[in-house]
Design a protein around this ligand. Structure first.
Ligand SMILES: [Fe+2]
Ligand SMILES: [Fe+2]
Length: 276
């Protein structure tokens, strides 16, 4: 039995006392082990929400970062300060500096800690291939094949050979939970592209996908692409359940809801989902 709790998100459940912020964090519990997938944007929100939800930093066995962006990594100190035996899992490219170009200025939006800092305070496990975190819970590894559009923001840049280039988001990964009925895919920002991620998961894990959770980065998708996404879901993942939040975007959410009805649910902070 796996229990997934959304701890931090752009929205929080009404009257829950939980705080919201632009960011994402999930708590995933399998048996007696708990881990975090992303840490939201700030230590303050992660600490507050974990306390409200009865989750303890000392009980976190591992943190997996979906990618480097501050809205997924900024709250790490909340668990790092309470836990000395933590293992942090991420893609090998996670420490590359990343920038956002706004009004002609490049602002740093990557991981605020250096590799040396982090390695001195936690065990680092960096890999671009699928890695088992807890029993039946894996990272996707790098999404290599990207034939479908990526979940791209045009203001995201990195520096290669002293020139600004669009961020290729090599560090973007998701989680895969193996259940009796099929695979549950838990996304961070899905910069590699939602369909690319799902196709990769099916190829690597060779089971049907029964649910998608988290940020799907459809926020910038135009109508034509959204129609295409819906066609692919109707063709390949007709009975899938959606628990969508963060960078999915309201328009994409409503469009999916209009087609898939009660299969589509929002996933504000405070949402708890069980899988067998
Ligand atoms: Fe991101
Ligand atoms: Fe994000």
């Amino acid at each position: 039995m796996a229990k997934i709790t959304c701890i931090a998100n752009n929205t929080a459940k009404k009257d829950s006392g939980l705080r919201s912020e632009h960011g994402l964090a999930f708590w995933i519990e399998i048996g007696s082990s708990g881990m975090l997938f992303d840490t939201g944007q700030t230590e303050a929100v992660l600490s507050h929400n974990m306390k409200m939800l009865g989750l303890k930093g000392q009980n976190v066995k591992a943190v997996v970062f979906s990618h480097a962006h501050y809205d997924h990594t900024g709250g790490l100190e909340a668990v790092l300060s309470e836990n000395t035996g933590l293992t942090i899992y991420a893609h090998t490219d996670i420490f590359r500096p990343r920038y956002s170009l706004r009004e002609g200025k490049y602002q740093s939006i990557g991981l605020s800690l250096t590799q040396a800092d982090l390695a001195s305070r936690a065990k680092l496990s960096l890999s671009h291939t699928p890695t088992e975190i807890l029993p039946d819970l894996w990272t996707t590894g790098e999404i290599l094949e990207r034939l479908e559009p990526e979940g791209r923001s045009t203001h995201h840049f990195i520096v290669i050979d002293e020139t600004w280039q669009p961020d290729p988001y090599r560090d973007d990964l998701s989680l895969v939970l193996k259940t009796q009925k099929g695979l549950v895919v838990i996304c961070g920002c899905c910069h590699a592209g939602l369909l690319n991620t799902l196709f990769h998961v099916q190829k690597m894990f060779k089971r049907p996908i029964i649910a998608v959770l988290g940020g799907t980065h459809l926020v910038n998708a135009d109508d034509m692409y959204l129609e295409h996404v819906i066609d692919v879901f109707q063709d390949r993942y007709k009975h899938i359940k959606f628990y969508l939040n963060h960078c999915t975007g309201e328009r994409a959410f409503q469009k999916l809801k209009s087609v898939f009805g009660s299969q589509v649910k929002a996933c504000p902070a405070g949402t708890i989902i069980h899988f067998n």
